[in-house]
Design a protein around this ligand. Structure first.
Ligand SMILES: Cc1cc2nc3c(=O)[nH]c(=O)nc-3n(C[C@H](O)[C@H](O)[C@H](O)COP(=O)(O)O)c2cc1C
Length: 190
């Protein structure tokens, strides 16, 4: 079973995008896509890193564990809010903290807004940063508008039929990339 990390990026008090992370966890479990695990940046409460992990002499064990969790993941779903047309500093902090961990990592981006436009403006900056980090971002995207009306606090969607259809398309693409990478790894490709 694929090991799928859901990276929940908002650390804001009263955040709403975490609802979408909760939804994906339940969705992936119920559909049997893999074993999901939420890495919640609010809960992890990292400081602003002052160096990359690979260059640190004595990193905190929980920072190393975070890196290990990304390393072990077959795929990563980033759930990010849109803040002023970009993605939050909490997410940039962890992207820049690592390097080899992102290399050829199948990744999918879900953007969240409490307005009408679904956080789509995040894509330009986030996609570029992930590309620079060597990640394999899948072309499928998942945009959530009006998050407070479309998901409840437990991540239950108000329109399950539509939500499941869109989520299926999104996760399908990530699974294709995970499987393709697995085949390359199995073939001994460098
Ligand atoms: C600093 C800040 C900037 C924001 N900028 C935008 C924005 O540019 N576009 C947008 O649609 N929503 C914006 N929002 C609203 C978020 O979309 C909203 O808070 C949503 O619930 C996702 O973020 P959250 O998980 O932190 O709640 C902003 C919110 C904050 C706190």
């Amino acid at each position: 079973m694929a090991n799928i990390v859901i990276l929940s990026s908002s650390v804001r008090n009263g955040r709403n995008s975490h609802r979408v992370s909760l939804f994906f966890k339940q969705f992936i479990e119920s559909k049997g896509y893999g074993v999901p695990d939420i890495l919640d940046l609010k809960e992890l409460d990292f400081p602003l890193f002052n160096e990359r992990l690979g260059k640190m002499a004595n990193p905190e064990p929980e920072w190393v564990e975070f890196s290990n969790q990304i390393n072990r993941a077959d795929g990563v779903i980033i759930v990010t809010p849109e803040y002023n047309g970009g993605y939050p500093a909490s997410l940039k902090n962890v992207i820049d903290f690592m390097y080899k961990e992102w290399h050829r990592k199948p990744m999918a981006i879900a953007t969240v807004s409490d307005g009408r436009f679904g956080g789509t403006q995040v894509i330009q900056s986030l996609q570029f940063s992930l590309w620079k980090s060597g990640a394999w971002t899948v072309p499928a995207r998942y945009h959530v508008s009006n998050v407070k009306e479309t998901y409840d606090e437990k991540g239950i969607p108000s329109n399950p039929e539509l939500t499941y259809r869109l989520a299926d398309k999104f996760i399908d693409e990530l699974m294709w990339c995970i499987n393709a990478k697995q085949k390359m790894d199995d073939s001994g490709s460098k």
